[in-house]
Design a protein around this ligand. Structure first.
Ligand code: PEP
Ligand code: MN
Length: 343
């Protein structure tokens, strides 16, 4: 961090800033310039808040030289983290595809869709048991029963499962029944939930908030890593923009932006970005092309009857086509798509 003094700052103001920096246990390095003095700060273990020095007499501005995040950064860990979910590795050479219904609606529905996505080549099964719905009158998910269904289907098909923990009350339950705990877009800045996710003993799929910057996403992940859990996969799922031709705007640029800064793997969810099934395949291609480590897509075998997000659900046939396209695209990008997992 650099504290830049005003051109007319007096020597005593510079010394005052130095004393204040040292009072925080930090080292101050005054750098006199032709026009003004800047004071470099070193020795900080954690984050130093710029506000500590901004309002001191004679200070013009405080410039953050290093990033506010630490554990998630490539400075801290240069090589990409591989997150292991029930034997499936996310963040390595191979692309990973997570597919399934938005919501677990019944055992039969989940089993049918799980069989279809497994047949198509999905590596992980998704399905919400606790659903974050905009309206309190919409289907809220089957709760514990939904998690039991997912666990049963996992046993039968051998596909590891991902499911969302909506709050701290259900987080341990979700962690007990699923192989990966999803923190949804609406909860990306629920810091109590993030801390608990950091202690849940399961890999975490952290979705980008619809209004969150890349920095905010990385800081949210930092909360999880700070609790000792580095098994975190980030997910770009579309952000709010003025565009009204899709539900959200898939910010594909976030993928290389995150990868430049962070060692955490990042996947894309084109379903929640598009909101309409006819755009999901094209957005999947673009996500893989920019370097995503995988995809999460919603699939339903009777989308018109789905209890949530039917509009964006791919039919099983469309999912098979998507997998064919991704398999064709992967080698061009020096990636692979492993064959089906499980029994
Ligand atoms: C979901 O994955 O079902 C979901 C609700 O996603 P998001 O949190 O991105 O809206
Ligand atoms: Mn959904």
């Amino acid at each position: 961090m650099l504290v830049v003094m005003r051109m007319d700052a007096k020597e005593e103001e510079i010394q005052g800033a130095v004393r204040k920096i040292e009072a925080h246990g930090l080292k101050a390095h005054p750098i006199p310039g032709a026009q003004r003095t800047a004071i470099g700060i070193t020795g900080n273990i954690g984050i130093v808040e710029p506000v500590l020095f901004e309002s001191l007499p004679g200070v013009l501005e405080v410039i953050q030289v290093s990033h506010p995040y630490k554990l998630v950064s490539r400075e801290f860990k240069p090589e990409t983290t591989v997150v292991e979910v029930g034997g499936v590795r996310i963040g390595g050479h191979d692309l990973v595809v997570i597919a399934g219904p938005c919501s677990v609606e019944s055992y039969e529905q989940t089993l049918r869709i799980a069989k279809a996505v497994k047949e198509g080549g999905a590596h992980l099964l998704r399905g919400g048991a606790y659903k974050p719905r905009t309206s309190p009158y919409s289907f809220q998910g089957l709760g514990l029963e939904g998690l039991e269904i997912l666990a049963r289907v996992r046993e039968e098909l051998g596909l590891p499962v991902v499911s969302e923990a909506l709050d701290i009350d259900v987080l341990d339950q979700v962690a007990e029944f699923s192989d990966m705990v999803q923190i949804g877009a609406r909860n990306m800045q629920n810091y109590t939930l993030l801390k608990r996710a950091g202690r849940c003993g399961r890999p975490v799929l952290l979705k980008r908030g619809m209004n969150a910057t890349v920095t905010e996403l990385l800081l949210a992940a930092e909360y999880i890593l700070d609790q000792g859990n580095d098994q975190v996969v980030l997910c770009e799922r579309g952000i709010r923009t003025f565009a009204d031709h899709t539900r959200n705007t898939l910010d594909v640029s976030a993928i290389p932006a995150v990868q430049r800064i962070s060692h955490l793997p990042i996947i894309a969810d084109p379903s929640h970005a598009a909101g309409q099934r006819d755009k999901v395949v094209a957005l999947s291609r673009s996500s893989v092309a920019v370097g995503a480590d995988g995809l999460m897509v919603e699939v339903h075998d009777a989308p018109e009857e789905a209890l949530s997000d039917g509009n964006q659900a791919l039919s099983p046939g469309m999912f098979v086509d998507l997998m064919v396209e991704i398999r064709n695209l992967a080698p061009v990008l020096d990636r692979g798509v492993p064959s089906r997992v499980g029994s």
